[in-house]
Design a protein around this ligand. Structure first.
Ligand code: PLP
Length: 216
């Protein structure tokens, strides 16, 4: 895999307002350094231990994105430095992030994960839950959290129409609350479906295998 070649090829084909998060999970720090030296600074991980280890050994300019299911008792390890948590899937987790933000005296940027696929294995709020939550709250009680938008993962399928419908549903939700809640980011799209996601309004894509090669 030619990491910097892949990065440049993808960056050329996506609009300039779309942020590319290079998903480096399971890949060694040396692979991240190659991308970093090619001018890429946004990386995504899904396991806290691995994320913290890589943060410790790599340049501090790197902006780390937490994209996997986050356990409440692990928020404290990333609270001092995390750039954006994509995967907030419960109110209890929001409360804990707020608490850790206060301890570190920093506002932590988060996205709310929405379960757009209804696959039983995926995490996230349902559309009903999120409508209730957003109508009843503008999150002012969370002084140390900035809710920046939504994240979703489409079903694992080749059915492009189904994927597109799931993305459109989330895009509609984003448009609905964008103004009232000052949302900025819609994180959808992985290696297999990022072009569809961008067509459906996504402005953060999370790509792993297209950049770093298959994970073993
Ligand atoms: C692993 C992962 C990705 C990247 O997957 P690829 O198919 O390798 O691009 C994106 N988002 C999440 C939440 C992931 O866990």
């Amino acid at each position: 895999m030619n990491i910097s070649f892949n990065l440049n090829r993808i960056k050329k084909e996506i609009p300039s307002n779309v942020l590319l998060v290079a998903v480096s999970k399971t890949k060694p720090s040396k692979d991240i350094l190659i991308a970093y030296n090619a001018g890429h600074y946004h990386f995504g991980e899904n396991k806290i231990q691995e994320l913290v280890k890589k943060h410790n050994e790599l340049p501090k300019e790197i902006k780390w994105h937490m994209i996997g299911h986050l356990q409440r008792n692990k928020v404290k390890y990333i609270a001092p430095f995390i750039h954006l948590i994509h995967s907030v899937d419960s109110l209890k987790l929001l409360n804990e992030i707020n608490k850790q933000g206060q301890k570190n005296n920093r506002k932590i940027n988060v996205l709310i994960q929405i379960d757009i696929s209804n696959d039983l294995t995926k995490f996230g709020f349902s559309f009903n839950e999120i409508n209730e939550l957003f109508v009843s709250s503008n999150f002012e009680e969370f002084e140390y959290i900035s809710v920046k938008g939504f994240m979703g993962m489409a079903s694992f399928t080749n059915d492009k129409k189904l994927i597109r419908n799931q993305f459109i549903n989330l895009s509609n939700l984003y448009e609905k609350f964008k103004k009232t809640h000052s949302l900025k980011f819609l994180s959808m799209g992985m290696s297999s479906d990022y072009l569809e996601a961008i067509e459906c309004n996504s402005n953060i894509i999370r790509l792993g295998s297209n950049i770093f090669g298959k994970r073993s």
